[in-house]
Design a protein around this ligand. Structure first.
Ligand SMILES: Cc1cc2nc3c(=O)[nH]c(=O)nc-3n(C[C@H](O)[C@H](O)[C@H](O)COP(=O)(O)OP(=O)(O)OC[C@H]3O[C@@H](n4cnc5c(N)ncnc54)[C@H](O)[C@@H]3O)c2cc1C
Length: 413
């Protein structure tokens, strides 16, 4: 399954070399095996070794070549589903708790970044969430009040405040603080180096094709070796498409355009990340290399188009939208790509144990805040494997009410 097509940006920026030292043979058994060597897999392995477990990561491609390479690296505590909307859906206690988990996940990612051997371009940034039209301004006011009342750091900007700080006029905006940007590929390349140095066995080009049980262990059949583990964690990203039930998960196609570096980028308040209330939304960030990365134009098509001309046309549209917000900048497309993108119907990730298969766990960070979900999910999975109580697991459980009784991944394992 092709997860993306076109020219990705992050591989052109990744100066960190990953020297994978795959063992000739796997260990006789591992405490835990993580299937999938992307953002979710690396963060899960990190949490598991913190509790002293022996861990291997099995990746069917090269590490990081899944959706992690396409990830635009905006780390935000606000979700595509506003807190005020989530409260309507799952009640105040759980909705606020979920937002808190996202907020705390940003601190957790920062702590991990500080332990890594390389610079991974993690920078705290505010986010500006603007009302795309007048009728959304009231919605934003309600959302601001909900966030503020629940102690999330934010401000409400009216039209004139927004146009003072940014070069565009929009009816209103919420500014959220303590968000961050990152280079996701540098992050996981450095994290994999760290993991390997801390005893995690890395196996790339190793696809898990089946699992079974033998002597109370999970046995994993792969394209290279036979593996055994007490527990397995599926962090296979959007690859579940073949098995997903359409009613539970929405697979879209999304586009990303990156400009050539801009010499002087002025009148962009604190290089804030920018997004909007319209759906599908346009979103923007700057990069450590001085480029602008813009994404959006999602379509309800579950394949990344292979047509280069098509991708270029969408990039041109994203460039025009970016230019209309920042008319004073001289912008030119440098690279662009199309990607598969998955969301759950209720906008929450699927994290937890398989209901019928003991010792099988899933971390599927579906949604716009995938990295934040991967981080908060890795802690939940680590607690579940250790047999520790985790009250938050209920909120994101694959068995939750709005989720699914026919799990999107039930036929994989
Ligand atoms: C265009 C785009 C922009 C995005 N922007 C953002 C953003 O700004 N902020 C954000 O937080 N999130 C963003 N996301 C979401 C984010 O990319 C995902 O949440 C994240 O990449 C998921 O990481 P993952 O490790 O779960 O998946 P992946 O990176 O896809 O990793 C899963 C891995 O599992 C491997 N695998 C699958 N099946 C098997 C098997 N059977 N055996 C072995 N290996 C297997 C795959 O090869 C893959 O490498 C974006 C996504 C897209 C597509």
């Amino acid at each position: 399954m092709k997860l993306h097509n076109g020219t990705l940006y992050w591989p052109t920026t990744n100066t960190i070399e990953l020297n994978v030292k795959t063992p000739k043979q796997p260990k006789k058994q591992y405490d835990a095996i993580v299937i999938g060597g992307g953002m979710s897999g690396c963060l899960t392995a990190y949490e598991l070794i913190k509790q002293g477990l022996s861990v291997a990561i099995l990746e069917k491609r090269k590490f990081g070549q899944g959706s992690t390479s396409a990830n635009t690296g905006l780390l935000q505590y606000s979700n595509d589903f506003m807190l005020s909307e989530l409260i309507q859906q799952i009640g105040e206690k759980d909705a606020v708790r979920f937002y808190q988990l996202c907020f705390e996940a940003l601190d957790d990612i920062e702590k991990i970044v500080n332990e890594l051997p390389h610079e991974v371009d993690f920078l705290r940034r505010p986010s500006i969430y603007y009302a795309s039209d007048k009728c959304d301004a009231n919605k934003l006011r309600t959302e601001y009040e909900t966030l503020y009342m629940n102690h999330f750091p934010c401000e409400f900007w009216d039209e004139s405040t927004l146009s003072f700080y940014m070069p565009f006029k929009k009816p209103a905006a919420i500014v959220t603080f303590r968000d961050a940007e990152i280079n996701p590929l540098k992050f996981i390349t450095s994290l994999l180096t760290y993991l390997q140095d801390h005893g995690v066995d890395l196996f790339d080009e190793t696809e898990v094709t089946d699992t079974s049980y033998e002597n109370q262990l999970v046995q994993l059949k792969t394209t290279t070796h036979l593996f055994k583990a007490k527990d397995v964690v599926y962090t296979i990203g959007y690859e579940t498409k073949q098995n997903a039930k359409k009613e539970d998960t929405i697979f879209n196609r999304s586009y990303v355009m990156v400009t050539k570096p801009i010499e002087t980028n002025t009148h962009w308040h604190e290089k804030a990340m920018v997004w909007e209330t319209k759906r599908p939304y346009l979103y923007l960030r700057t990069t450590a290399e001085g480029a602008i990365m813009a994404g959006g134009m999602d379509e309800n098509i579950a394949e990344a188009t292979v047509d280069e001309k098509d991708i270029e046309n969408y990039a041109e549209k994203l460039l025009q939208q970016t230019q209309s917000l920042f008319p004073h900048l001289e912008l030119e497309v440098d690279c662009c790509y199309a990607s598969i993108f998955a969301q759950s119907k209720d906008q929450l990730p699927f994290i937890g144990a398989h209901p019928k298969k003991p010792h099988h766990y899933y971390l599927l960070g579906y949604g716009g805040n995938g990295t934040v979900y991967s981080a908060l999910g890795s802690k939940i999975i680590s607690d579940l494997i250790a047999g520790r109580e985790n009250d938050d697991a209920r909120i994101v459980s694959p068995l939750r009410k709005v989720g699914t009784d026919s799990l999107p991944f039930s036929s994989i394992a």
